[in-house]
Design a binder for this molecule. Structure first.
Ligand SMILES: Cc1cc2nc3c(=O)[nH]c(=O)nc-3n(C[C@H](O)[C@H](O)[C@H](O)COP(=O)(O)OP(=O)(O)OC[C@H]3O[C@@H](n4cnc5c(N)ncnc54)[C@H](O)[C@@H]3O)c2cc1C
Length: 456
């Protein structure tokens, strides 16, 4: 079977690339190969009753399938060059913003109309932050919410399904070069194409590494972010979340001058497990529908670790720390801030007696046995700094779930067209190490698709 373009991975990068390709030229023969399930077949078995924690499915429905890692996410599309990736370094700041706005328009067209666009422009919160040594990053954020995000994905799929060949539950094993074309091998069959877009995301990071080594595509080692997810009563952060929804705040610690930042803020949301290649970490999301709101807000506090030669396995470092928490807690650990400060583990009764009701069933424990001291010290310092702009953050009952790890792919060496050293082979989205977010990954897909359609 031969295609003009084959896309590997049906996350936001792959989906928006497919959309733009068929939109620009209906004649193009495009296929998308996805290792995970179709959207309607994606179900995480955790139901809070029979299955309370991650059981380590071989194919994690949270991370894989149509919609990629973003399908059950909070659907926060941040329109900014200040975080979420370094796409602007390849295509320029203006172009990157233009494409993120374009994707926002498509999300509205496919079911997101009526959702709110928040912005940091002219906010007084910036001044409040600066007065406490905190820095609020600039962004506009469209909050689709987990529910509307799902609707948007469903509508995009319905639009694309007759124009693009989708192969679900079909992981690509290898990509090889034959007679100037790309041979895409799946467990059942080999397909060929003239141009190939790899958009394998975070869950495909090891596979992309293998691909790069087989095809001699240069990569450089990257970073890993390690931290905890904080959960507290929504009132504590409501003056920030009501106005901005998500605030990306950065703090430089006094002790080590490390940067600690807030990440993925979910007002009235829930804390969830995330399973990456069998390692259980923590994440969070929230719903647009007020009926599904909880009484809590959650967000991550993360510290970035960059490694230099000879150590190249930054993800391996993050995995080892996550594995330690899995070993001690059988999954994610939870600890009250007050217990952490007093140097004692949390136990079931201390959590039960606390005033913050956990939204995730995690094992009460001691995060200081898991997290490197330098990282934990930074997180504690930031909690006290946040307490100045949102009093109550440093309350004893504030819950910390660990560990939250943001794995990054090796950064692939790419041209400004996001093309590898092989003509017609593109690596985009989180799998390239260039993007780390829904909006940047989606924009990278549109960008590459436009370049391909111009050349055809
Ligand atoms: C719980 C959760 C919440 C999140 N919330 C947000 C948020 O609110 N805002 C935000 O900006 N970001 C969020 N993110 C991150 C965001 O989802 C990612 O940045 C984004 O999905 C990256 O898009 P992508 O297309 O590059 O990769 P992905 O979405 O990871 O998609 C890659 C796809 O490729 C498939 N794949 C991998 N290898 C192969 C292979 N060999 N063959 C075939 N298929 C393969 C995978 O199954 C996957 O479906 C969240 C992530 C998670 C897990």
């Amino acid at each position: 079977m031969e295609y003009d373009v084959i896309i590997i991975g049906a996350g936001p990068g792959g989906i928006f690339a497919a959309y733009e390709l068929v939109n620009k030229s209906e004649k193009l023969k495009v296929a998308v190969f996805e290792g995970g399930h179709s959207l309607e077949e994606r179900h995480c078995p955790i139901d809070g009753e029979k299955v309370k924690a991650c059981i380590g499915c071989k194919n994690c429905s949270i991370m894989n399938g149509f919609g990629g890692a973003g399908a059950f996410s909070d659907g926060k599309y941040n329109i900014t060059n200040q975080f979420g990736g370094t796409l602007y370094q390849y295509i320029g700041k203006e172009k990157a913003l233009e494409l993120m706005h374009y994707v926002d328009g498509l999300n509205l067209k496919f079911g997101g109309e009526g959702t709110k666009l928040y912005s940091t422009a002219n906010t007084k919160i910036k001044k409040l932050c600066l007065q406490s040594g905190l820095h609020l990053l600039d962004a506009s954020v469209r909050h689709l919410g987990t529910d509307i995000n799902f609707v948007v994905l469903k509508n995009i799929y319905n639009y694309l399904k007759d124009k693009v060949d989708f192969y679900f539950d079909t992981p690509v094993n290898t990509v090889s070069i034959k007679d100037g074309k790309y041979a895409i091998s799946t467990p059942e069959q080999v397909y060929t194409c003239k141009q190939c877009i790899v958009s394998a995301g975070r869950s495909g990071s090891k596979w992309v590494e293998k691909l790069c080594s087989e095809l001699e595509i240069p990569t450089k080692s990257n970073r890993v972010d390690i931290g905890v997810r904080v959960e507290l009563p929504a009132e504590v952060f409501s003056h920030l979340t009501d106005e901005l929804y998500e605030s990306k705040i950065v703090y430089r610690t006094a002790k080590f001058e490390d940067l600690v930042r807030t990440f993925c803020m979910n007002p009235y949301g829930v804390v969830v497990n995330e399973n990456t290649n069998g390692i259980v970490t923590v994440n969070g999301h929230s719903y647009e529908n007020p009926e599904k709101h909880t009484e809590n807000t959650n967000f991550a506090l993360l510290v970035s670790k960059h490694f230099s030669e000879p150590f190249r396995d930054s993800n391996g470092y993050g995995e080892s720390i996550a594995r330690l928490s899995n070993m001690l807690g059988g999954g994610v650990l939870v600890q009250r801030f007050g217990d952490l400060i007093r140097g004692r583990r949390s136990n079931a009764s201390r959590i039960e007696e606390g005033y913050v009701r956990p939204t995730l069933k995690a094992t009460p424990g001691d995060l200081s046995l898991v997290m490197p001291k330098r990282i934990l010290d930074g997180i504690i310092e930031m909690i006290y700094a946040l307490d100045k702009i949102a009093p109550g953050t440093a309350n004893d009952d504030t819950l910390l779930y660990g560990v939250e790890v943001k794995f990054y792919n090796m950064e692939v060496e790419l041209s400004n067209n996001l093309e590898t050293n092989h003509k017609g082979l593109y690596i985009i989205g989180d799998g390239s190490g260039v993007t780390h977010s829904l909006s940047h990954a989606s924009a990278s897909g549109v960008y590459v698709a436009r370049n391909i359609s111009v050349g055809i």
